[in-house]
Design a protein around this ligand. Structure first.
Ligand code: ZN
Length: 187
């Protein structure tokens, strides 16, 4: 079960805006601006009865599935949420892959220290992905999904930090490359 909650605020003064049609924005009741910013919360509940292994496999994929259904809606807010969800799926998959590759290289005992050295799993985090490649024996940066995924990460940053919206092309590419990335990491 996945659910997404969206809160809308005035882009200028931050006043909360309720029940707005994104195709027909009215001026902010407080300052009159029509720009908007959004805050997104995605939550995924996994059935308790599922086996541990099934849960591990399910999670990034369920985010990608939710992203796909958002893309089919086609409006700019849904497309932007889809981009964010795809990158959340990538983060979770990367976190798990990093953890299991440390275990399989007998480095599990310094996992906590290694994690603390790297802030997050952005594709721009070259040192982390160089380490991952060294441990896996295969350059992840040479995979076909890598460059478009990296570019898409910048699109995600624009959405989260600058309030920009994604378009259909950006969302579709992000979903495709994120799916390849998650599959590559076997998550
Ligand atoms: Zn306002």
């Amino acid at each position: 079960m996945s659910s997404i909650t969206t809160d809308t605020y005035c882009g200028k003064c931050g006043e909360p805006i309720y029940n707005e049609d994104s195709h027909n924005r009215k001026p902010c009741p407080k300052c009159g601006a029509t720009s908007r910013k959004y805050s997104l919360t995605a939550s995924v509940t996994v059935a308790v009865s599922a086996s541990v292994k099934a849960t591990v496999v399910l999670y990034p994929q369920s985010l990608l599935d939710t992203a796909e259904s958002l893309i089919s809606k086609g409006d700019e807010l849904s497309l932007s949420m889809a981009v964010i969800l795809c990158h959340t799926a990538c983060d979770i998959a990367a976190d798990r892959a990093f953890s299991s590759i440390l275990d399989s290289n007998s480095l599990g005992h310094i996992k906590k220290e290694l994690r603390a050295m790297f802030s997050g799993y952005s594709p721009n985090n070259d040192r982390l992905w160089n380490l991952y490649s060294a441990l896996s024996g295969e350059k992840i940066q040479h995979k076909p999904f890598w460059t478009p995924l990296k570019k898409s990460y910048d699109c995600r940053t624009d959405i989260v930090h600058k309030g920009k919206m994604a378009d259909m092309k950006q969302a579709t590419i992000t979903h495709k490359e994120a799916t390849s990335f998650v599959a590559y990491l076997k998550q």
